[in-house]
Design a protein around this ligand. Structure first.
Ligand code: KG4
Ligand code: ZN
Length: 365
């Protein structure tokens, strides 16, 4: 094993262009020497969603700038790097291609090894970067584009225990906010409104809770919200603030109960493998939700399992997670070459059956 390694990571699979530099000395905690993220929110805002062609062009324009900024932040020359890691999928193909081409250019120009990284592996391995979790640990990825339980066994070894069969919870929060005329992103505004609400007033469904396993569904919940709202509007000619708060509280409570119960089941599956240092990590924007986080933490505490959640800036798309996932592949002796391709789809667990919907209606993962 090489002593100290310093990797550059690049990310461009959706609407964030990012470069980061991570250093790791065996036996010590990894250090993020630089992390630069240029979002594209303003570019896509007028279109109500990410426009792939515009995203790809913006990535191509920003990648070099991000790399320069990251080297400046870390105060390092290119020659101090040991390898370049890049998101090679899954994601919007134009953006992924921009990143892969940029990484190939740097690798060829500076004579550095090239490592392709699965973007989802980047998210899933982040608790090792931030908290040094030992394999195997249980992971819940829960964001605007994703929702799945994984047993993370190694840098490229994942077992998918279940996930959403339609919308991701973040997507459901966003749609709920939209139908209640609350600002986007919906998660924080629904959470804020729910604080003054009665979660018991509207009996909303708990989809798939009556079925065994860890699969989830959130699209029916959103439809139930729409009906409840329409009933109130028809009766009262509008949506009073208290009714809106009660709807938000009811919705948040339903999502919380589903995530908590499914986590309990995933935990039982995971613990059956008798991990030596049992841990449950949650990542993704929805992990920022106070009541949801508290419920997941309680599930872990009850099972005597360590609970961790990476800081939000490392939960959302960034390149430090790509540099770290690349570091793990590199240490395992893996390298890519100039034939590295860009993959729009790339499931983490190749043995699990493809899902019809998997919370991937949005562009983000
Ligand atoms: O991980 P993320 O930043 O991006 C991806 O989707 O990849 O997650 C964004 C999602 C949005 O749908 C947002 O509404 C949701 O996370 N979110 C929340 C909260 N903060 C962000 N959902 C519930 N409660 C929150 N406090
Ligand atoms: Zn992501």
């Amino acid at each position: 094993m090489q002593d100290s390694l310093t990797l550059l990571g690049l990310e461009s699979s959706c609407d964030d262009t990012a470069a980061a530099i991570v250093r790791h000395r065996p036996g010590q905690a990894p250090e993020i020497l630089a992390s630069v993220v240029h979002g594209q929110t303003a570019i896509h805002a007028p279109f109500g969603g990410v426009v792939p062609e515009l995203a790809a062009r913006a990535h191509a324009e920003k990648l070099d700038i991000c790399v320069e900024e990251a080297l400046l932040q870390a105060d390092l020359p290119l020659s101090a790097l040991d390898a370049v890691a890049v998101t090679a999928g899954p994601g919007l193909i134009g953006g992924v291609l921009s990143g892969v081409m940029c990484a190939k250019g740097i690798a060829a120009g500076a004579g550095l090894p090239l490592i392709g990284v699965n973007h989802l592996a980047g998210h899933a391995l982040t608790p090792r970067l931030t908290d040094g979790l030992a394999y195997p640990y249980l992971m819940l990825l829960v964001s605007g584009g994703h929702c799945q339980f994984l047993i993370v066994r190694g840098p490229e070894e994942f077992t998918r225990l279940g996930g959403t069969i339609d919308d991701a919870p973040g997507e459901a929060f966003d749609k709920t906010a939209k139908l209640l005329a609350l600002p986007q992103p919906g998660g924080p505004s629904v959470e804020a409104a729910a604080k003054a609400g009665d979660p018991k007033r509207f009996p909303l469904p708990r989809p798939l809770l009556d079925r065994p396993g860890c699969d989830m569904s959130f699209s029916g919940l959103k439809t139930a919200m729409l009906r409840a709202r329409d009933t109130i509007v028809a009766e009262k000619g509008g949506l009073p603030v208290q009714d809106r708060a009660d709807l938000c509280a009811g919705f948040q409570q339903a999502v919380t109960e589903v995530l908590a119960e499914k986590s309990r089941r995933a935990m039982a599956d995971y613990l059956a493998h008798e991990p030596t240092e049992p841990a449950f990590a949650v990542a993704g924007g929805v992990a920022a939700n106070g009541p949801i986080r508290a419920a997941l933490e309680a599930v872990a505490a009850k099972a005597g399992v360590r609970f961790t959640a990476p800081p939000l800036r490392l939960c959302t798309d960034n390149a430090a997670m790509i540099a770290w996932a690349g570091m793990e592949r590199f240490r395992a002796g893996q390298r890519d070459d100039m034939a590295l391709g860009a993959r729009p789809r790339w499931p983490l667990d190749r043995s699990s059956p493809a899902m019809l919907g998997s919370g991937k209606k949005g562009a983000k993962a």
